[in-house]
Design a protein around this ligand. Structure first.
Ligand code: COA
Length: 343
């Protein structure tokens, strides 16, 4: 699996949510939707929204502080950040976050894989550890989706929320609790158009003209994304479980990207995982993109829904299209709940 035989071991985790809550009722006051529709079709009751002027790096710094505290360390050898909403198109957001955390001049870079970003970042970070490039890596996933969502698009505005999560990985051995199993990843660029922001990149250049109406916003073909998400996450979960000799139906916990509660249910059903084993807090936070998985892990562990020794299957799916899955036996960690800063 790697040149040095060193595994990446989960040494700390943390998360952060902006305090402002937007309920379904709030959305129904300005969109043609209802609390009942949103709950029934997505499982979401409320989401958090960053205050105007708050950027992805601001959320990332808060979550990273929690993760460093949980790991009991103030230094790392690298920072890998993943986001769909970087502070700027250039440069990457990670160097600024590393500097603000006082981590010195360590390598820091962004990984882009939309909602699968956390698993891609974990794979890259585990690779840095396996190669001997780093002994300890801070992995951060942070999103300010409210900065790219069309407030008038009821197909996306009701789903996405803002938030951040982070973990610290350290070098260790494959047989200790917290060691990541092989991260299985995939992509299908032929379906890239199902989730995209058409303007703002080199394809639709800024030439002094404003983008075509709406092209600066995040767009999603919901129904097709739904179908692909279920198929891909189910298949990649089987691969990741098989890689470590687990039967998917026998895992203790399924920690899946909080895309939509019906997607979670469909994936769990296909894998033979009972509802009680499926971690979910989508009702409170919505879909927070790449931040979804580390937020879910931190919140679940803080509230005792995830315990040391639990065999956890992690999976995510997102734009690209991209998908991934990994396994971990949950280690003993002290984690503070991110759902505490209610207003
Ligand atoms: N409120 C009320 N009605 C809505 C609505 C809303 N917020 N959003 C869509 N509708 C309407 C549609 O206009 C459509 O009406 P019509 O039948 O008159 O045309 C109807 O509800 C059904 O639309 P559809 O898009 O088929 O609904 P759906 O059950 O697929 O749910 C999503 C829509 C977006 C919730 C769902 O497709 C989804 O969750 N997709 C995946 C999203 C996701 O996980 N994305 C992230 C992946 S990383």
């Amino acid at each position: 699996m790697n040149g040095t035989g060193r595994a990446a071991v989960l040494a700390g985790a943390g998360a952060w949510l902006p305090p402002q809550v937007v309920t379904n009722h709030d959305l129904s006051l300005r969109l043609d939707t209802s609390d009942a529709w949103i709950r029934q079709r997505t499982g979401i009751a409320e989401r958090r929204v960053a205050a105007p002027g708050t950027a992805t790096s601001d959320l990332a710094v808060e979550a990273a502080r929690q993760a460093l505290k949980s790991a009991g360390t103030a230094s790392v050898d690298a920072v890998v950040l993943t986001t769909t909403t970087p502070d700027r198109l250039c440069p990457a957001t990670a160097p600024e976050v590393a500097a603000r955390l006082g981590l010195g001049t360590v390598p820091a870079f962004d990984v882009a894989a939309v909602c699968t970003g956390f698993l891609y970042a974990l794979a890259v970070s585990a690779g840095l550890i396996a190669a001997g490039t780093a002994d300890r890596v801070l992995v951060i996933a942070a999103e300010v989706y409210s900065s790219i969502i069309d407030p008038n698009d009821r197909g996306t505005a009701v789903i996405f929320g803002d938030g951040a999560g982070a973990v610290v990985l350290r070098a260790g051995s494959a047989d200790e609790p917290g060691a990541l199993g092989p991260v299985v990843l995939g992509s299908d660029g032929e379906l890239g158009h199902l989730i995209q922001i058409p303007a703002g990149g080199s394809r639709q250049r800024k030439s002094g003209l404003p983008p075509a109406p709406g092209d600066e916003f995040f767009r999603m073909a919901g129904r097709e994304v739904f179908r692909n998400a279920v198929e891909r996450m189910t298949a990649v979960c089987r691969e990741a479980a098989e890689a470590v000799g687990w039967e998917p139906g026998n895992v203790d916990r399924l920690a899946a990207h909080q895309a939509n509660s019906r997607i979670l249910q469909a994936v769990a059903d296909r894998l033979g995982i009972e509802g009680g084993q499926v971690l979910s807090h989508i009702e409170r936070v919505g879909n927070t993109g790449a931040a979804s998985l580390p937020l879910l892990l931190a919140d679940s562990a803080a509230h005792g829904r995830l315990s040391p020794g639990d065999r956890v299957l992690l999976t995510a799916f997102g734009g690209g299209l991209t998908w991934g899955a990994a396994t971990v036996v949950w280690p003993r960690l002290h984690i503070e709940s991110p759902i505490r800063n209610e207003v």
